[in-house]
Write a protein that binds this ligand. Structure first.
Ligand SMILES: Nc1nc2c(ncn2[C@H]2C[C@H](O)[C@@H](COP(=O)(O)O)O2)c(=O)[nH]1
Ligand code: MN
Length: 178
């Protein structure tokens, strides 16, 4: 970070970029908006937790620093192109063209972060179902990511998410029969 006061041009550019990044705090994640989730998380909320997930990986084959950085920037384009959801019916090619780089999945880190992207989303879906006390309501997020998790650490977390969600659904089922 440029020291305060040195080079007003550098300071102004940094300020402009920081305001640009700040917009991500105000871009709600479209998938939740479309499903009428109350107070949906922002794109930056989503990327923050992904960065924490990346920070916790114990996989020595991965460049952890690169994973954290990818997590923190992978949806940054959305403050320009918006948060494009499957329901928007924009082709993968068009979305990738807009979001580029990370979407090409060219490195082990990009593949790992793509799985984090989807894992963080189904974790958020579980949390919304629990907050709304409506287990099972957000099934399509699980359907669209089923079978897409390969990395052992992520498979472990996804299994725990499914276990908790299945228990929530079962409990709701048994309580509704009372
Ligand atoms: N209703 C659904 N929305 C979905 C699904 N998969 C992704 N999404 C949403 C989540 C985000 O708002 C947006 C794009 O997500 P990225 O992380 O890829 O930028 O689309 C789904 O299966 N159902
Ligand atoms: Mn994402």
């Amino acid at each position: 970070m440029a020291a305060a006061g040195c080079g007003s041009g550098a300071g102004k550019s940094l300020l402009r970029f920081m305001k640009f990044v700040g917009q991500l705090k105000r871009v709600p994640r479209t998938g939740w908006v479309y499903r009428k989730v109350e107070k949906p998380e922002s794109v930056s909320d989503h990327m923050y937790r992904m960065a924490v997930m990346a920070m916790l990986t114990e996989d020595k084959k991965l460049n952890k620093d690169r994973c954290i950085k990818l997590a923190l920037v992978h949806d940054m384009a959305e403050c320009i192109v918006g948060d494009i959801a499957p329901a928007d019916n924009i082709s993968k090619e068009e979305k990738h063209k807009k979001e580029n780089e990370y979407e090409h999945q060219s490195s082990a880190e990009a593949k790992f972060v793509k799985e984090l992207d989807q894992c963080e989303m189904i974790l958020q879906a579980l949390e919304y179902e629990e907050l709304e006390k409506r287990p099972g309501r957000l099934q399509d997020f699980y359907d669209s990511t089923a079978g897409k998790f390969k990395h052992p650490e992520i498979v472990q977390l996804v299994s725990a998410i499914y276990e908790e969600r299945d228990s929530n659904i079962a409990s709701q089922g048994s309580s509704s029969q009372l």
